[in-house]
Design a protein around this ligand. Structure first.
Ligand code: ADP
Ligand code: DP6
Length: 489
């Protein structure tokens, strides 16, 4: 591969399917974000070594020595801290490369040593402090004006994350860039949608992410980082059983290979409808996802029947949300003009008013489909609240209900909710984004106003929209604004 090798991977928002997606009988609706992690591989003059740098953070340089027979990637004793995610990504990707390409090919590709820089778009980390220090209001415009890949002024362990899934995006971009660099997958693997190379990158990234986290989760965050937005059905964790043992396996390839039928995840086609936009906000109050998950699963075990009924109801709604949003895309494809009319119509009205005029409903079919999507998102919220109440955990706590109600009642807002496991820390909304409108302000601007003036909770927007590029991709460094400067030595 010519230098520099650059691969990016998107962040994620699970808009439906929290908790359910842990069970292979159900699925989740995951939207990948335009906000991405970037891995840049360049040659370095540190023979036999790999230096990894995260220039957005203080004290974030890690040196590794690589040795062969057996393949080992070890922390330099001089490293000020450990980065388990990075070390495991290097160890197991290089191990796999040796297995597939042989020791000599890997030595050649390592050359005189590698410099690997990793940066994440600003959205992955809270920009509140940055905005305050610049005296800027919490708006999309302010966020767009901040330096790309802005230094955070803290160590990685002290950063305030926004929930886009930094570790999954990081692992996926790092693993894919290394696979490309060592020639294990061809560049086309990261331009075509689904293919052998992309599937291999997925399987390896899932394995490494599980190892680094010390558990096998549902994996929707890694699969979004690899494949982009989709309807995700998880894999059976037994596929990783042999690789997750304490002693390092003698071989990884047979397990992570695309030919291994034990990988039974499913990736269903999904994207948000045209002329809409997802809006995300970070709410300044954290929740502890693992403890929420533990309690919900304990309740499900204890109250089997009640839980199964609720799971089925929510699943039915989640599937309907996916099919209704996909139907909107197909209505757009069939008749873009009529679809555009629908978006302009509903952009100036609250959802409860969208279908009030029977002649509009008849003339512009997309209007009632948008209304259906609105009703489904509201029902999903109601049922997730029920799950929270029954399990005794704050999935959509009252403070978030009030915030979401204030947003969903604005003109042109289709729906919203608490992403993933829920809690206090984030909200998502789907709003209309008409290309031209007589009605000022746009739904997006109304929401920005609600958020910036909200008193009960401190709400800060993220810049992300949906990523239309399907997952991990190879980049040209000069096409990514600010990337060259951010990684400069
Ligand atoms: N910019 C970065 N550079 C290097 N490692 C990173 C970076 N961002 C995240 N990580 C790794 O990911 C870990 C965070 O993982 P985790 O707490 O699971 O976060 P998340 O929920 O965002 O995935 C960090 O401890 C670090 O090892
Ligand atoms: C409960 C879940 O289904 C969803 C959690 O989704 P989040 O997006 O809240 O996850 P984190 O990035 O780990 O904070 C657990 C899972 O699927 O892993």
């Amino acid at each position: 591969m010519p230098f520099p090798t650059v691969v990016s991977s998107p962040g994620k928002v699970l808009i439906a399917g929290g908790y359910l997606v842990l069970d292979p009988a159900y699925s989740g609706l995951v939207v990948s974000t335009s906000s991405r992690f970037y891995t840049v591989i360049q040659p370095a003059a540190i023979s036999g070594n790999i230096r990894v740098r995260s220039p957005q953070f203080n004290a974030a340089t890690w040196d590794y020595s690589v040795s062969f027979d057996p393949t080992l990637v070890q922390d330099s004793p001089q490293n000020a801290s450990k980065n388990k995610f990075v070390q495991l990504a290097l160890q197991d990707t290089i191990f796999l490369a040796v297995e597939v390409k042989g020791v000599q090919a890997v030595k050649d590709a390592l050359g005189q040593g590698l410099d690997i820089a990793i940066v994440g778009d600003n959205d992955f980390y809270s920009q509140r402090a940055q905005l305050t220090s610049l005296g800027l209001p919490r708006t999309l415009k302010s966020l767009a004006s901040i330096q790309p890949f802005c230094p955070q002024g803290v160590t990685l362990s002290n950063v305030h994350k926004t929930g886009l899934g930094s570790s999954a995006a990081l692992i996926t971009s790092l693993v894919s860039a290394l696979l490309l660099h060592f020639g294990v997958i061809p560049p086309a693997a990261l331009s075509d949608e689904q293919n052998e190379g992309r599937n291999l990158a997925h399987n390896l990234a899932q394995f490494i992410h599980c190892l680094a986290q010390g558990k096998v989760g549902s994996g929707f965050d890694v699969s979004a980082a690899v494949f982009g937005s989709h309807i995700y059905t998880r894999f059976d964790p037994s596929v990783l059983q042999d690789l997750m043992k304490d002693t390092h396996p003698t071989s990884i390839f047979p397990v992570v290979s695309h030919t291994n039928k034990a990988w039974n995840y499913q990736i269903g086609a999904f994207q948000l409808p045209p002329m809409t936009r997802i809006m995300l906000a970070d709410v300044d109050a954290g929740s502890d996802t693992p403890s929420l998950v533990g309690k919900v699963l304990a309740w499900r075990k204890e109250k089997k029947e009640e839980a199964e009924e609720l799971w089925k109801t929510i699943d039915h709604l989640n599937q309907s949300l996916a099919s209704t949003l996909l139907l909107l895309s197909s209505l757009h494809a069939k008749d873009p003009e009529s679809y555009g009319k629908a978006v302009r119509w509903i952009s100036s009205l609250q959802a409860v008013q969208w279908t009030a005029d029977p002649s509009v409903v008849e003339d512009i079919p997309a209007v009632s489909v948008f209304y259906e999507a609105h009703k489904i998102t509201q029902s999903i919220r109601a049922n997730m609240r029920k799950m929270g109440v029954e399990a005794g955990v704050p999935i959509e706590p009252e403070e978030q209900t009030r915030l979401l109600d204030a947003c969903v009642s604005q003109a042109g807002v289709i729906g919203g909710g608490v992403p993933g496991a829920g809690g206090y820390d984030a909200v998502w909304l789907l709003v209309c984004e008409p290309s031209e409108t007589q009605h000022d302000p746009l739904p997006r601007e109304k929401i920005e106003y609600v958020w910036s003036n909200y008193k009960e909770l401190s709400v800060s927007p993220l810049l992300a929209v949906e990523s239309m590029a399907k997952g991990a991709r190879m980049e040209n460094i000069d096409e990514i604004k600010g990337l060259r400067d951010a990684i400069a030595l």
